[in-house]
Write a protein that binds this ligand. Structure first.
Ligand code: 13P
Ligand code: SF4
Length: 367
């Protein structure tokens, strides 16, 4: 079966939704939301399309959405407009009486897919042997529930881009070293900000089962998983150099999922929430080149017509997996619920959820 056919199999939405007008779909979603009232809750990540985000009951970054999920005890249905790992996190943090739904099962995350639990379980005994017990696992929230559970079992925690610095600092109060999964860039950028030099960082290659490091490995304080975000890797130093040459009065702000050299050469770096707040608080007339997902950059351009805003990469596209959640899929999931059918429910098995919750709770307690 081709990849295209496999992807189609994950999508059960009837064809009729594809031909409906936007107006009709919007009216139907609005009416369903009214009929459900507080029984329905729609969280939406900042990278979602406008056609979807207009119906979100709460918008936020990964941390914000994990917090609202943990606090919402009353909604029977949580229709998550984001990607798979976020819906899993919501399922772990909500009660048994609540059902989490992802409108399109193809909304995954290429970074989360770069760390499989079987690979982590192969790496861990090798690292344990090398560093005895002096290593604590931390995982970026962009990871599977199974990896969060692994981290929870070994005393570690989840981090998001909003609290990575605080969580890495905390980790070093627990153990001498950290094992940071799955985004090498967020791990490297955060550790560097905390004063750890690049030569104190090693990289675990999960395909070769090999630790990349030059020198005495015992000096390594941070072991980075060799994963990355395929969206944020599209911002390069050449883009920064181009802006510096052509628009020298423009400030450059990037997400810490960008590579270390990009973050070093930018004027500022921070989570999705940090970028939004920085632009919101910037003076009228200020000029910004932003290195993050394109739906968000477009929204910021639209919301701040008094500021000059461009994408750091002029050929940037939205995150394709985030973009899978569109109005037809949202409407389909909601109309199914009205008929008493729960489509695309995300359920994390009890044993995994229990350990993953420990890792999430350690983060939420400090966030
Ligand atoms: P934040 O929402 O934590 O900024 O992360 C961005 C992201 O890539 C979500 O997938
Ligand atoms: Fe994953 Fe990157 Fe898309 Fe975020 S932007 S969901 S990290 S692929």
């Amino acid at each position: 079966m081709s990849i295209l056919e496999q992807m189609k199999r994950l999508d059960d939405m009837p064809e009729s939704y594809k031909t409906m007008s936007m107006e009709e779909m919007e009216a139907r979603v609005r009416a369903i939301k009214e009929r459900f009232g507080k029984r329905l809750f729609i969280p939406g990540h900042h990278y979602q399309k406008d056609e979807v985000i207009q119906f979100a009951d709460a918008t936020g970054d990964s941390l914000g959405l994990a917090q609202v999920a943990a606090q919402n005890g009353e909604a029977e249905y949580i229709v998550f407009c984001g990607v798979h790992f976020m819906a899993e996190t919501a399922d772990i943090l909500t009660g048994d009486h609540q059902k989490v739904i992802l409108p399109d099962m193809r909304a995954g995350c290429s970074m989360a897919d770069m760390a499989e639990i079987s690979q982590v379980e192969r790496a861990w005994p090798i690292l344990q042997k090398l560093f005895s017990d002096e290593i604590l696992p931390l995982t970026y929230v962009n990871s599977t529930a199974a990896i969060k559970a692994f981290v929870g079992r070994y005393g570690g925690a989840v981090v998001t881009s909003s609290n990575a610095k605080k969580m890495v600092e905390w980790a070093f109060t627990q153990k001498e070293r950290i094992f940071f999964l799955p985004d090498q860039h967020l791990g490297r950028n955060t550790a560097y900000e905390l004063g750890i030099s690049l030569d104190e960082m090693a990289v675990w290659d999960p395909h070769a089962d090999h630790l990349e490091y030059n020198g005495d490995i015992k000096k390594a304080k941070v072991i980075l998983w060799k994963g990355h975000c395929s969206v944020h890797e599209n911002f390069t130093v050449r883009h920064i150099e181009h802006i510096r040459k052509t628009k020298p009065d423009m400030r450059i702000i990037v997400h810490p999922e960008c590579s270390w050299d990009v973050v070093q050469k930018a004027d500022d770096a921070g989570s999705t929430k940090y970028i939004i707040e920085t632009i919101r608080n910037a003076p009228s007339g200020s000029k910004w080149a932003i290195g993050t997902e394109m739906n968000l950059v477009n929204r910021l351009m639209h919301e701040h017509p008094d500021k000059e805003i461009i994408s750091l990469n002029p050929y940037m596209c939205p995150c394709l997996t985030m973009n899978r959640i569109d109005l037809p899929h949202l409407l389909w999931a909601l109309e199914a619920l009205e008929k008493g059918i729960v489509v695309n429910q995300i359920t994390v098995p009890e044993a995994i959820a229990k350990d993953a919750k420990q890792a999430l709770d350690r983060m939420l307690a400090l966030a």
